[in-house]
Design a protein around this ligand. Structure first.
Ligand code: ARG
Length: 600
């Protein structure tokens, strides 16, 4: 990797500009291979401003160029840094290329799937205890596109932290409590089928829920009964409780099975029900601390305004004293902190709940929990128009089935698909990658319009293209092997395409660092896409067949070594979960059949 070079460059700058080396090192970047060929590394202008070496307005122009040029003149290059020049982007450094190539290839070969995880760039984030709460659907209610985004973005964050060696606890905070369970119990007596519940619990409970809601609209008595059942449930009535447990257990079991298709898993399904009792303790604590006020309507509120004017408050009890969503969240946060002493807790929930989380964190602080600062709402935008053949999305399984079905339809248009052993499996993996890649394209806070056609395109920046590249690389790996022979001479990698690819590989930890800093999967996605484009260019121009053996030996190695396949197998990958070698090979076969090489 490039850490050794980053440190060497930071050392030179530190001497020339009299700034601490550690302030500079994280800013030294491998040059974006697509943009510049002026040197393998770049130090942008910003750190010079941050360290007071350049005045604050330097980014906008002024005599920055002169100051930068002066500074550059003061740098006395030392091996392996051979040249420094300034330009409008900052200072560009050239290093001993053969050494860089050798280092990167050796590192990739040694570290394999660990490549990129042990970088100086994120040492200070090592060893953290992190809770990621994500997905969190509500039993018997629709699993909408927002839940899908929470699932995949949350999974991305969890995997990223896990890959860096952090202790991660993955929590699914199920919506498994509330009057809806009273309704469900009444509804199950009226419309339920034991057999359908066993066969397809999530769907069946949802159907029952829709029917009983209609019935309740026509007949107030249904509502009354539902409230009564829920009251019994809250008081621990055995019959009500055992029905609730069955609904919950069957749903969790089915959810786990469906999440597996997405490569998603949880350490706990600790939902709202876990905190119905404990929220009563929260209410007492608020009362003891003098934070609870009763409104004219009889609800219990906590004033969160700066000036005690009640201009900003949160409601924690209904007029009958029962708890609310936020009360249960307070109890859950306290419980999680007591159990895990986390360094960071992420709530991956759509941005419509922004006020809820800001009230939650403020209330926790008012209660004296200083660790509330370690909690973060990772908010994301809306997805519009996610429809399946059955209409508006209701179940997670529908989305996955649709991805598979549409992909299979596309594949069936290629004559070669009939030679495939397991087209369904391939369609599933590629289809799901397509959905993820579409979602990860933009900033997570942006809204976007879901489009099956665009997602499933085989060309362009899509998941299908990633899987295709992966497949080609797997085939290359099988043909040429993975190891770079000791005798290989890195100086032979002279072609522009090979060097660009190498720089891209060298900069992998930068993409990981960016993703970690802003919790944006798009950094890894765009890194992987650019890598794939560079692989395609290298494929076109670097000839293995017909080249002398000593050239052929290094050429394929350079890009087989580190491929989207490795990123995919890396368990920090958001794009593709390790499904085992068989699926990989199957995909590869499929994609090779599906996308003839000459269409690239
Ligand atoms: N179940 C909730 C919903 O579907 C999301 C839960 C978010 N997490 C939380 N700690 N409040 O809207």
């Amino acid at each position: 990797m490039a850490c050794h070079f980053r440190r060497a460059i930071a050392g030179l700058i530190s001497k020339a500009a009299r700034v601490p080396e550690e302030k500079i090192a994280p800013w030294v970047q491998v040059t974006n291979p697509k943009i510049s060929s002026a040197g393998e590394f770049l130090l942008p202008i910003k750190p010079f401003i941050d360290c007071g070496v350049l005045p604050p307005d330097s980014a906008k122009g002024g005599n920055t160029q002169d100051s930068l040029a002066n500074l550059t003149n003061k740098i006395s290059c030392q091996y392996p840094v051979v040249k420094a020049v300034s330009n409008k982007n900052g200072i560009q450094f050239s290093v001993d290329r053969a050494l860089l190539i050798k280092n990167v290839l050796t590192k990739v070969q040694e570290d394999r799937e660990q490549y990129g995880r042990h970088s100086d760039l994120f040492v200070e984030r090592k060893g953290e205890k992190v809770i990621v709460e994500y997905s969190s659907p509500n039993i018997a209610k629709p699993f909408h596109a927002g839940h899908l985004r929470s699932t995949i973005i949350g999974n991305f964050i969890a995997k990223l932290h896990h890959a860096l060696g952090n202790k991660v606890v993955r929590i699914n905070y199920l919506g498994d409590w509330g009057v809806q369970f009273g309704l469900l119990a009444v509804g199950f007596q009226l419309f339920g089928s034991e057999e359908a519940l066993q066969r397809n619990p999530i769907q069946h409970l949802f159907e029952v829920y829709v029917k009983v809601n209609q019935a309740a609209e026509e007949n107030e008595d249904v509502h009354r009964q539902a409230r009564e059942v829920f009251r019994l449930l809250e008081h621990g009535d055995q019959t009500a409780l055992s029905l609730w447990t069955r609904f919950r257990d069957l749903s969790v079991e089915e959810y786990s099975r469906i999440y597996k298709r997405l490569g998603v898993q949880f350490d706990e399904y600790s939902g709202e029900s876990m905190y119905s009792d404990r929220s009563q303790q929260v209410i007492s604590q608020l009362q003891e601390a003098g934070l609870l006020q009763t409104t004219e309507r009889g609800t219990g509120v906590v004033d969160l305004s700066e000036d005690n004017s009640m201009s900003f408050y949160t409601t924690v009890t209904r007029s009958d004293g029962t708890s609310l969503y936020v009360t249960r969240d307070i109890a859950a946060a306290v419980d999680r902190y007591e159990r895990c002493r986390f360094d960071k807790m992420y709530y991956v929930v759509d941005k419509s709940q922004e006020d809820h989380f800001s009230q939650l964190f403020k209330t926790l602080k008012k209660m004296g929990h200083t660790w509330a600062d370690k909690c973060q709402h990772v908010k994301f935008g809306r997805v519009q128009g996610m429809k399946t053949r059955r209409g508006e999305v209701v179940l997670l399984e529908d989305i996955l089935n649709e991805a598979q079905r549409q992909m299979l339809d596309n594949m069936q248009q290629a004559a070669t698909t009939k030679y495939m052993d397991n087209p369904e499996e391939v369609a599933e993996t590629v289809g799901i990658t397509a959905v993820l890649a579409q979602d990860f394209r933009g900033k997570i806070q942006s809204d976007y319009k879901f489009d099956w056609n665009r997602a499933l395109q085989s060309k362009g920046d899509t998941g299908v293209f990633l899987q295709y590249t992966h497949a080609r690389l797997c085939s290359l790996e099988r043909e040429s092997g993975m190891s770079v022979p000791d005798s290989c001479d890195p100086a032979l990698l002279q072609e522009r395409q090979a060097l660009q690819l190498l720089l891209q590989i060298a900069g992998f930890d930068q993409a990981v660092h960016k993703a970690l800093t802003d919790l944006e999967p798009r950094h890894i996605l765009s890194y992987t896409l650019q890598l794939s484009h560079l692989v395609a260019a290298a494929h076109r121009s670097l000839k293995v067949k017909g080249s002398p053996k000593y050239v052929a030996e290094v050429s394929p190695s350079a890009f087989v070594q580190f491929s989207p396949c490795d990123i995919s197998q890396w368990d920090g990958s958001p794009l593709y979960d390790t499904c085992g070698q068989d699926v990989m090979l199957a995909n590869e076969k499929a994609l090779l059949c599906m996308t003839p090489l000459d269409r690239m």
